[in-house]
Write a protein that binds this ligand. Structure first.
Ligand code: GUN
Ligand code: ZN
Length: 451
């Protein structure tokens, strides 16, 4: 299978002092946009500017072209944004994306677990990890929080692929010691040993961090959940990722398995898995007490709109979560989700809010996939904005591809109208170039603009 980066002319890794200048319409955020506000002071739009990058970091943005000594990438008229951050995605599930026919629990058993079982083969896991990381970049996603499989080598392969591309990736081997196929199950002792080795090898190396990765409460024994909590408590710099309250049958199952718990979230909270570095995918079927607990802990919900629609899981109450003070970031949840494109996920998020009687602005959606996600992960100084000192993870986008989007863009009157139409109509075909730490990792070969 050809690499998703086949259109790439990958440049050399930037050395200290390497100077790159990227020209276009710079768009990022300096604060959190308010709900429903289309004219927002949090938006920083700097058309016809040069973003200056030195040694892989942003150093300035200016209207004047730079002098001698800068390698120029002239994208006049194109949008330039921080690379997107996907806060919940499964690397082995590219092979089951768009699988017909069932809700979560049946989908896991029928499609997902068999695909993950194939990652027992080291060669398969390594090739799949490299393919996945390249696919993220080719969709405009430059940072991600990722589930590989239960196999320790699948986490190794993912970290290695991210490291060689200079990417910010947070991941960890999946914990599963019950209610899963034998080939996908570990046990408490193995899990402890493998986590310890992976943390020692990868946590804090290059741009990588380890996440204690509980698949979800039904597939971990009480002993394994307790182990996961102990590991988090021993090192507060570790992330934690899991699923919570995605699907009604799943929630009922958790109540049967943990009758003593007040709620699904409480199963995690009781063992120390609810903290500021926790990333909970979905969180559709939570109540006010859960939302208050998430907010008090500083944890985040990785809202996964295309997955929620595709698996028929439910309509996430974004506004209620925000009103309760919960950080909400945006995620593809591929392969439950049907696209790695964060733009496609934003368009789906808008439609979910519309069904719930709310309206999601382009600012709110874009913020959740850039600065908002970065802050919720505690990485606001590194990713998610075009602020000097941040690492230059930057993507260049065509505002319109094809005649209909081009026509729509030509009649837009305000910045929000323009950007909202882009967010709704665009996908990975609009991506022109992607930089990771100042290095061009993806460049589309042909112009798809329709004049
Ligand atoms: N819950 C437990 N595992 C999964 C998974 O792989 N995908 C989704 N969407 N939900 C899950
Ligand atoms: Zn998931």
């Amino acid at each position: 299978m050809p690499s998703p980066l086949s259109a790439t002319r990958t440049g050399p890794r930037p050395a200290d002092g390497d100077r790159v200048a990227i020209h276009g319409d710079l768009l990022d955020f300096t604060a959190e946009p308010a709900w429903g506000e289309t004219d927002s002071a949090a938006v920083r739009f700097r058309p016809d500017h040069w973003l200056l990058v030195e040694g892989g970091r942003i150093v300035a943005a200016q209207a004047e072209p730079p002098g001698e000594g800068w390698t120029r990438h002239d994208h006049a008229g194109r949008l330039i944004l921080p690379g997107f951050i996907d806060t919940h995605v499964h690397s082995p599930q590219i092979d089951v994306i768009a699988s017909y026919g069932s809700e979560l629990l049946d989908w896991l058993a029928t499609h997902t677990f068999p695909a993950e079982t194939r990652h027992a083969d080291v060669d398969h896991a390594e090739k799949a990890a490299a393919y996945f990381i390249d696919a993220l970049v080719a969709h405009g996603t430059t940072s991600a929080v990722v589930f590989p499989t239960v196999h320790a080598h699948s986490a190794d392969a993912l970290f290695a692929a991210a490291e060689s591309r200079g990417m910010r990736v947070i991941a960890g081997k999946v914990l599963m010691d019950r209610n899963a196929p034998v080939d996908l199950s570990d046990d408490v002792a193995t899990a402890e040993r493998e986590m310890e080795a992976l943390i020692a090898k990868w946590h804090g190396r290059a741009r990588l961090a380890y996440a204690v990765t509980v698949r979800f409460a039904p597939t971990s024994s009480r002993e394994q959940l307790a182990l996961a909590g102990r590991v988090c408590r021993a090192d507060p710099s570790l992330y934690m990722q899991t699923h919570v309250a995605e699907n009604r049958a799943e929630v009922r199952w958790v109540h049967e398995l943990f009758p003593e718990a007040r709620s699904y979230l409480d199963v995690y909270a009781a063992v120390g898995l609810l903290h500021a570095k926790s990333v909970f995918a979905h969180g559709i079927w939570l109540d006010d007490t859960d939302r208050a607990a998430l907010a008090a802990a500083g944890a985040q919900i990785a809202h996964s709109p295309s997955s929620n629609l595709f698996l028929g899981s439910g309509l996430f109450g974004w506004r209620g979560a925000e009103a309760a003070g919960v950080h909400v970031s945006l995620a593809s949840d591929v392969g439950g989700g049907t696209s790695l494109s964060m733009l496609r996920n934003m368009a789906d998020a808008y439609k979910i809010q519309a069904l719930a009687g709310e309206r999601l602005t382009a600012w709110k959606a874009l913020h959740a996939a850039t600065r908002g996600a970065a802050l919720a992960l505690g990485l606001g100084d590194e990713i998610g904005s075009l602020e000097p000192a941040c690492i230059a993870d930057v993507c260049v986008w065509d505002e319109a591809v094809g005649p209909v989007a081009t026509r729509r863009a030509s009649v837009a009157r305000t910045l929000h109208e323009r950007v909202f139409a882009w967010m709704t109509l665009a996908d990975e075909r609009n991506l022109v170039e992607a930089f990771v730490a100042g290095r061009s990792l993806y460049r589309r070969d042909t112009s798809l603009r329709s004049e």
